[in-house]
Design a protein around this ligand. Sequence first.
Ligand SMILES: Cc1cc2nc3c(=O)[nH]c(=O)nc-3n(C[C@H](O)[C@H](O)[C@H](O)COP(=O)(O)OP(=O)(O)OC[C@H]3O[C@@H](n4cnc5c(N)ncnc54)[C@H](O)[C@@H]3O)c2cc1C
Length: 434
Amino acid sequence: MSECCDVVIVGAGPAGISAACILADHGVETIVLERGEFPGSKNMSGGVLYGHDLARIIPDFAERNCPIERNIVESRIWFTSKEGGYSLAYRDRIFEEQRRHNVFTVGRARFDRWFAEQAGQKGVLVVCGTVVTDLLKDESGKVRGVRTDREQGELEAKVVLLADGINSLLAAKTGFRPEPDPEHVALAVKEIIGLPEETISERFNVAPEDGVSIEILGSVTRGMNGVGVLYTNKNSLSLVIGGNLKDFARLRLKPYELIEDFKTHPMVAPLIKGGKPREYLAHWLPEGGYDHVPRLYGDGYLIAGDSGMLFNALHREGSNMAMVSGKIAAETIIQAIQKSDFSSESLGVYAQRLKDSFIMKDLKKYRRFPGFLQKHEDIFNTLPDSLSMAARDMLTVDGVDKKTKQSRSWKMIRSKTSRLRLLRILFNAWRSVK
Ligand SMILES: Cc1cc2nc3c(=O)[nH]c(=O)nc-3n(C[C@H](O)[C@H](O)[C@H](O)COP(=O)(O)OP(=O)(O)OC[C@H]3O[C@@H](n4cnc5c(N)ncnc54)[C@H](O)[C@@H]3O)c2cc1C
């Protein structure tokens, strides 16, 4: 059986559902195919979402009972050594008082389900438990639909939107985009730790509806190019740690060992104390950046979100890039329908519009950042430990004068990293984000 609709979307994540909502708003007949038993059942993120971009799809999302966990009012960055670390925090009254939902935490299982329901209410058909196994093409190679794992499950469409995430079996099979190299992918593990709502508010010094995000760099990744995060939910904490896939293989690290170790770090342990592990998940993240974004369009198809490697590794922004690329893809498809032209040339407008948006501008700005992290492993091993030793020495009151302490700290740091190397790290860090 071969059915026909205007657009088939592969994947009910933020990219696919955003596109579906915009298409439905314009009366375009859209089907979303999702392999999970419900939207979100196979998805994971650290847990923050961005109100500005969600509001471009569902303007009244807060009134529509979007499952917001906590409104982030304080962002912390830690630079850790094995025994401690530095902490930098920024809190802003405006995020507390105005409740603008600038950044907020969500559980993906609940959020993706809610988001797909909004699309359903607009008339989108979201079909779960269905794996897209192949792309249908005509003699000229133009994509004309998809094949699913359902019996007689071929579906024809004017355009197929591939919003199937980073771990795309479809890409591996059909080659619609190249498979990313291990060094351009991160593997992250996440544990959700249950704690009473009041305990969380007390420990993080926030009101019941407010929360904190903590980005954690340094030795917690055991020398791997990676990062840990800790986010507050209503009555749980999301603890995530990840690193470059190539580094996991090189150091023969097991993801569960990494997170178990992370939980015992002296800055993390008191915050999760007494918590009950509720869920354990693992997922990939695209981290190649601007230079590894594949061609995002072709005859009869477009690619959005993680599947197109649209992820800002420095700011941990992926869900907003997924939502906005889904929206731009939908707007491109609407124009193509008006012209009845689904060729690569017509759909290629998508790439230009992405280039004009914050997505490609930000990825371009930080294009050197992934390479910077890969080349400077000192940031994840020697540097945090020596800087911590220096702080420990300066903060220990033991009758030794500060000048002596300062010069022995410098000596110790320089015994691990030369002055030239330090200067090079600082210069390259600046260049990678300027
Ligand atoms: C550990 C971790 C922490 C993160 N933290 C954050 C964060 O704090 N903030 C942020 O903004 N982003 C974060 N991200 C990134 C964010 O989760 C992604 O950028 C975002 O989910 C991408 O959305 P997407 O719709 O492109 O892909 P996905 O969310 O991956 O959705 C793809 C969907 O396609 C489905 N699918 C795949 N293949 C098929 C197939 N063949 N047939 C049918 N269905 C298919 C999948 O089941 C899935 O539902 C994080 C990611 C990870 C892994």
